[in-house]
Structure formats: C-alpha cells, structure tokens
Write a protein that binds this ligand. Sequence first.
Ligand code: ADP
Ligand code: MG
Length: 722
Amino acid sequence: MDNRCIHTYSALSNSPLTYRDLDQLGLERIKGIGEKSLTALESFGIHSVLDLVETYPRRYIDRSNMATLSEMQLGVDTLVMVRVVSSRSMRTQRGKTMVTVTVEDHTGKLSLTFFNQAWRDKQLHPGMEVAVFGKAEMYRGYRQMTNPVVDRIGDQTGRVVPMYPQSEKVRISSWDLARWITDALAKCEPRGIADPIPDDVVSSHGLMSRHDALRKIHRPDVVDDHLQARRRLAFDEVLRVQLMLVGKKSQWERESAGFSHAITGHLIDGLFAALPFPLTGAQRRTIDEIYHDLASQRPMHRLLQGDVGAGKTLVAVATMLAAVQGGHQAAIMAPTEVLADQHALSIRALLASLKIADEGNLFGDRSLRVELLTNKVTGEERRSILAGIADGSVDIAIGTHALIQDKVSFASLGVVVVDEQHRFGVEQRSRLRDKALQSEHGLVPDVLVMTATPIPRTAAMTVYGDLDVSVLDELPPGRTPIVTSRVSGPLEMEMMWSSVRELLKKGQQAYVVCPLVEESEKLEVASAQETYETLSSGELSDYSVGLLHGRMSSKEKEAVMASFRRGDLDVLVATTVIEVGVDVPNSTTMIILDSDRFGIAQLHQLRGRVGRGALASQCYLVTQHSDPSPRVEALVASTDGFELAEEDLRLRGEGTIMGARQKGQTDLTLASLQRDLDLIQWARQDAVRIIKSDPMLESLPILRDELDLLFSAEDEEFLFKS
Ligand code: ADP
Ligand code: MG
C-alpha cells in the first residue's frame, strides 16, 4: 500500500491519529502560535504537530518539593519558585550589562544578578512567576544568586511542571512549549492517538498505550508518572530501529543467493589437525555458528567480536578455508598495511602444512597460494597477483583497501573477511562483497566482519543490528594477566624506567607509545621523534631503540617492524600506528605516554599488544597530571574488553559509539543504550518475530508508514520496498 493512501484514509475518517497525521498537521492550528512563534519554532526544528508532541520535557519541577526562600541554604544548589518584584538594568564600570532582579515568595526576598544578559530586564517583568535554580550567596548583606537558571512557569497549575528545552536565542520559553503542547494534545483527544504496535507486544511488556504515554510524559500527575511514559516511548524508538535493521537484513537474505559451502573436507580437517593447541570453547562455538551459516544458501553476514588476543585469526582462517576447499577464493581486508602484513604472516604460518588437490600437478596436490595486496606491492609483482586473483589461482588474498580497487577482479570469491577495527564503513564492506558479484556465477559471498573493539551488547544490537553476532569471550589459556599501573611524577617515572631496564636486560622487549595529537599528525610525529631522541640518549641509552610512525614509508615501517620482531631492537618508540596488528610475544612492556589523552578503547587496544606470550607483561599508563583520569583508572581496574566497553559507554554516553555509522539511522531521543538494555532486547526479539511472519509489515500498515516517515530516504532504500 502506498503511504498517501494510508494517510488519506486516516485523515478522512474518525480513526485515531497516526504520526503521519500529526506530521501533516501544521503548527498554525495550535492556539497561541502566531507568525512569530512559527518562525521561532521552525528554527528550533519544530515544523509540525508531531515535532511538537515529540519535544519532551528535559525535567520536571515538583512544586510540592521546592524550597521556600526561608528554607534555602547558602552555597547549595536550590530550586525556588518565586514572583518577580522588580528589575533594573545598569552598566558596570567595565562596560558589562548587569541586570538585577528582585524576587520574592511568601517567606522572603532574594536578589538575582545577571551579567551580559541585557534581555533579562525585558523578560522578567513584575508579577511573573518563575522557577529559579542556583546557589545563593550573601552579598552586601543580601542573599543573591548570580546567573541562575530561570524558567518561566506562567500560570500553569498542577503539582508537576514540565520543563522543556528552551532556546534563549529564538525566545521560546518552556512555558510557551507547555501551553502549545497541552493544546496539541487536547486537540488529539476526540480521535485519540493511534497505537501502531500490536496489542500483544505492548501488553506483554506491561507498557502503556502510546496515547497515555504522550499524555503522561507531558503532563504527569506526579513526577514519577513520566518514567513509565518514557519507557513506552523509548520502546517505540528502539523497536523502530530494530524493525529497520532486521527488515534490512531479512530483505538482503531474501534477495541474494549465496554459496552453500561444504564445511567438512581435507583442508579444514588438516587445519585443525595441525594446530599445536586445542581450540578454546569460544572458538569452537563461534566456528560452529559460522559453519552453520556457510553451509546455508543464505549469505552469511556476521560480526565476530573478540577481545585482543582472543584468537580471531584462526577463526578467520577456518572460515576462509571453507571457500578454498570448494574451489573458490577468500579475501581478508585489513584497515592498515601493518595489520595486513601481520595477517599475512600469521595466516601463512597457519596454512604452511596444508595442501590442496591439484589435477595439473604430477603429485596431485599443491600448497595454497596466499597473496598480499597493498599499495606498496607494485610492478610485475602486482600484475602477477592481480592476474592470479582474476584467474582463480590465488586462493586467499590478504590486503588493505587495495583489494576493493576497480582493477581487482576475483574469479570466484566465496568468503570475505573484513577486519574492521572500527575503520571501515558499511560502504567499503559492501564494495568487497560486490566484487564477488562480478564473477560468473554472481553468488553473494559469505561475509565475516571482525572487530577487536568490544562494544556493549546493546550497542552491538543497534550499531551492528543488521549482522548476526558471535562473541569470542574467552582468551586462550596460558596467558599471564597484564599488570597495569598508573605512573605520574618524576619519582614514579624513574622507578618505571628502572624496572623496564631490568626486563630489557633479560632480553625482553618494550613499546613506548607517544602522545596522541588528534589535531595534527605532523605534531604527533614530531613528538615521537623527540621522545625517541630523549630516550635513546637518556633512560634507554644502553639499549637499541627504534622509531615507528605514520609518516614513514611502508618500506621503512616494514624494516623497523622486522628488526623489532627479530629482536635487534629492544624498544620500539611509536605513535598509535602500532595500535593494531603488531604481534611480538617477546615484547612484555607497554608504556603509554600522556595516556589520559587516549580513549578507553584505544588504550585497551594498545595494551593488547603485550601479554601475547607466556611471559608476565606490564602496562604503564603515564600521565602528567596527578589527578586520576577516569579512563586511565578504568584500565588499571580491568583487562576485560567488554567490561571496559560498558565503562566507556557510561563515561562517554552513546553519541560516540553510534558515531558516523549510525548517523540518521536512529531516532533515539529518549532511549538510552545504557539504561534501556531490557527495552532493546525486547525490541530485537519482537522485531525478529514480526519480520519473520510479515517481512513487508503488510498487516501493520500504520507501523510501516511510521518507519517510512521517520527514517531518511537513504535508510529507506533498504526498507520495505517491494
Ligand atoms: P586476535 O586477532 O583475536 O587479537 P590472534 O588471532 O592474533 O588474536 O591470536 C593471538 C595469539 O593466540 C596468537 O599467537 C595465536 O596463535 C594464539 N592462539 C589462538 N588460538 C589459540 C588457542 N586456542 N590456544 C592457544 N593459543 C591460541
Ligand atoms: Mg589478530
């Protein structure tokens, strides 16, 4: 059904109002909104009655719970409800405007002083009721608040006053919004507001109706009423997101034909037989999950989350071999050259003893052809690799984004592994997948996305909601936990260097990571250079120190890494280029300078470069300030990536996690990845169930129309379009 049909139908009838109806109701219908307010609301992003009722209070004032002026304590943030008595404006000697307003309640008076807010004089006129929030101090014998938060209450009655986000610039007060929203909701009463979500879903979670939720979030009888209302509206938000993601996934699975890989055979058996260690339980479980997908005709689209050192490479290889065994190819794409190199090393090592049947060969078998394709591979070598990829003689291609360039064409790409590390976007991922479609059979390859940055479950469900998720939550046995300490001040620094020297003397190696300079790679390199020089002539003058940074050529980087791997260098001073991919088990010490400049995830990644062998490892987080940074403290307290991810979410809020990937894909206004774990899990399950029985949401036209309305065209491309 077309959107417009739904709308026409609904607008003409007396059926409850949908969000589409509210979206098409102009603001001029609301009592008290004139030309001027219309313009102001527009600039505030409020264009329709829907936008208006979706503008939720930021907080509530419980009138029964406020201090009177006589109860107010000095120096303590207090909320008081007062009446304006008088106001006057003057200039200070330094030319600032100062507005002084006297307010009172039935117990006393208070003076409010505003600097550089000349408009307050006009805003606060005698007789007006306002809520004032701030700290009172004594000034010349009077109680005074300087630059307090002032909310106009107007003549609202009721115990609870909703406080809306206000904009001083466009002069929309909380009071105006409250009046307009009250009128908008009153106008909705006769027809009621439609509930697009099936009754059984709403009631199974004990949620209230949408109409009730809108009433109660805007006009709660008692403050706590808004909590239940918020839950209902937040559930709607997360359900919409999940329906979109699950819908997208389901459509993609319906519409694409994939490989049905054989998951037993000599290559896979040979890989496992040759392993010097048993799989961890988590590897076994994950490989089972992946093989289940590989065997199915439905293309795999799976995320493998695993902490640093959890053993993802082996899982990736086991996945790729399924394709190779069936006569197809596999590719693994890494975000940096260093990481691609590292993958090439470890993958070749895992495959060294394996042979594949080869009819053209006298002995009937051959080794696998594994090639590395990055931008530094040039000339004849590059031509030969490209030709091998095109004619199918390259079994496994390892590379950077060089793999998705136009010249690369696979004979038959069956499995794609993307080592994402938060560096590739969805687009690049799908470009590699599209490479496969150019081959003759046009089958969609199975895709495994790997990330070493654990993200909290709720965030994973939202950020990667269009993928199935496997979690490697178990480290291989035999690792000694990394001991992490915070170091600040010259004394602690000296102690650190002396214990580092002890370890170097024993033949172990160390990394020194230089301060992150977000704004400029040039400055970052300069600081690394300086650190390198200072250390090699100072604290570490008896040892051989190397330098690695992002401005070196690939050749130089490679040479430095190689000599560090060989043990020719004792210490590697580096910028964050070593964040991923460097794997030198003999390196047991990680020193991170100015560690409070890094984020939790990055610190965790860096720390993960040590603790890779059986030797005890240590990580020193150096800070210039002696006050503890919460992020550094989190690293000292835990080595569990998932725990740290939760902490990161708590410290930073969700914005950063959602990042660019999620731009425009969510309308999470009320819902919180942190607070609403249960809602997100419910929504995920409900969305899966709903889409399974009704992929195009034909039986839920209002809900489907709401998704069309609320998600952008770009999101919709994937959505419910037949
Ligand atoms: P990740 O890519 O997840 O950071 P890797 O795949 O690089 O981790 O593995 C880290 C190290 O652990 C490698 O040296 C690898 O050989 C080793 N390893 C992997 N799986 C196991 C296992 N089941 N038992 C012992 N060691 C393992
Ligand atoms: Mg790895």
